[in-house]
Write a protein that binds this ligand. Structure first.
Ligand SMILES: [Zn+2]
Ligand SMILES: [Zn+2]
Length: 161
């Protein structure tokens, strides 16, 4: 059976901000960069990369703050104004119209499996990834990694900018 996250819901710790993914995300990746480690207080963050149109907000509007990413570009992190759970990020350079939803905020995370691991140059040394996992010291070119189905969606997104 193919795992799917379609119609999956998630939200923050207190439940004020809720969302639904109306389709599967384009891609799921784990980021081991130092910023993700700091923000999450953990070893890495799992991001579901999807179109804005695939993320429907069910609860309150999240608040946001802007931060500089490792590449020096500004990204905006959306969080619950009550319990301060980070829910998703938006990047404004090259990735307009899409969003990185924190996979750990889904109600049911059992079907979440990252396809690639990025910024593994700062991966925690005790963490061993199995050989199936694709790893990148920094980032990668989606055209060399993603399925055709996901690439079609990425191309459609860029065509609409
Ligand atoms: Zn909350
Ligand atoms: Zn990161």
């Amino acid at each position: 059976m193919k795992h799917t996250l379609k119609d999956s819901q998630g939200g923050c710790l207190c439940g004020a901000v809720r969302y639904e993914l109306t389709e599967d995300p384009m891609f799921i990746q784990a980021c081991h960069c130092l910023d993700c480690q700091r923000i999450s207080g953990s070893a890495f963050v799992m991001n579901m990369w999807t179109e804005d149109s695939n993320l429907s907000l069910l609860g309150e509007m999240p608040a946001s703050y802007k931060a500089k990413s490792g590449s020096g570009n500004v990204h905006e992190i959306f969080y619950c104004p009550h319990c301060i759970t980070d829910l998703w990020s938006k990047y404004y350079v090259g990735l307009k119209g899409s969003v990185f939803v924190r996979a750990g905020t889904l109600d049911d995370t059992r079907n979440v499996k990252p396809v690639v691991h990025v910024f593994t140059r700062s991966k925690q040394q005790w963490l061993t990834l199995d050989e199936e996992q694709k790893t990148f010291e920094e980032f990668y070119n989606p055209f060399e990694v993603w399925s055709q189905e996901s690439l079609d969606r990425l191309v459609a997104l860029k065509a609409n900018q």
